[in-house]
Design a protein. Structure first.
Length: 326
């Protein structure tokens, strides 16, 4: 099949409740996009039908390939979705093979953080850098590693699970089963839980956090902490500075392990913490043996909420004859 190198790629972002699709040009610009519901709890074929509906909404004869950000665990080499907790309809599901059979064009699949890291490297905040560490901090923490414009997958395809690097072996138990993972300490979920615990321990607190939720501690979420911080609340500031310290310890370890030449942060919590990026850089040398750690740029991701669409497209932006295209 003859493929035009200047034709758009279809980027697909699969979540537990929605499928986002977008046409992305070779420069990483999202030309058009749409969203539709995901059927995650039915049969495998119902899940695939939801993906096909989303793809069909934007597919044209000019599309040269389809890149998909899918929930993990998955095998990026074979394009098989293994057993994602957020999409229980799929167990050992050959998604790439199904896509190719239906549309007769190449398809590539990877997890969302890996793909977003590649998009930031090709077109976004990490453009021009060789060794990229990307982290998305939201409900959880996902990471991706890109070396010389290629995702680092490791031996079994499972590399890059930076959200489950432990910084406290006596810490709280993460959903993955390990103790003290950075995800259980610094994700949006963790910030909300820590806020509720502090407020419950001080019922007479005059914090703006409580005022914003009408005194209902159970209603406190990360977004409320962010609003309270913006209003000058001291407890909110304390919560965010604790998070900054956790991230500084974690990133110090990442720098010692990978020595990246840029660190890119995406996701809602990262956006909330952007005013503290300089604080993180100042704190990192205390947790890192690399004497030049503070020289590494720490930057906000370019794509924001569209990271999945751009990431999917980035998976197909290189050599279309790659062995990773199915």
């Amino acid at each position: 099949m003859s493929l035009k190198q200047d034709a758009p790629v279809l980027g697909v972002d699969i979540g537990g409740t929605k499928v986002a699709v977008g046409l992305v040009d070779p420069e990483g610009k999202i030309l058009k996009q749409s969203r539709s519901p995901m059927s995650a709890n039915g049969t495998a074929e119902e899940g695939f039908a939801a993906i096909a509906t989303a793809i069909d909404s934007l597919l044209s004869k000019d599309v040269r390939s389809i890149g998909i950000c899918a929930p993990g665990p998955l095998d990026p080499q074979s394009g098989v979705i293994l057993n994602p907790p957020n999409v229980p309809c799929w167990r050992n599901f050959p998604l790439a093979e199904k896509i190719k059979a239906r549309y007769s064009i190449p398809a590539r699949i990877d997890n969302d953080a890996n793909a977003a890291a590649l998009a930031e490297t090709f077109w976004g905040a990490a453009k021009g850098f060789r060794y990229v560490f990307y982290a998305t901090i939201g409900t959880g923490i996902g990471t991706g590693i890109v070396f010389d414009n290629a995702i680092y997958h490791g031996n079994t395809g499972a590399a890059g699970e930076g959200g489950h690097v432990s910084i406290d072996y006596n810490g709280p138990v993460c959903k993955c089963g390990k103790r003290g993972c950075i995800e259980i300490l610094a994700s949006g979920t963790a910030i909300g839980e820590r806020a509720r615990a502090k407020l419950a321990a001080s019922p007479t607190s005059k914090s703006a956090i409580l005022e914003l939720v009408g005194g209902d501690v159970s209603a406190v979420k990360t977004e409320v902490v962010a609003k309270a911080y913006a209003a000058g609340d001291m407890l909110a500031r304390e919560l965010l500075l604790e998070t900054v310290e956790f991230l500084s310890v974690w990133l110090g370890n990442i720098v010692d392990l990978l020595d990246p030449d840029v660190i890119v942060m995406g996701g809602g919590v990262a956006a909330m913490l952007q005013p503290f990026f300089d604080d993180i850089k100042r704190r990192m040398p205390a947790w890192c043996v690399n004497p030049r750690a503070s020289e590494i740029p720490l930057v906000m991701a370019y794509y924001g909420a569209d990271a999945g669409i751009a990431g999917g497209a980035a998976l197909c932006a290189g050599n279309l004859n790659s062995d990773h295209l199915h």
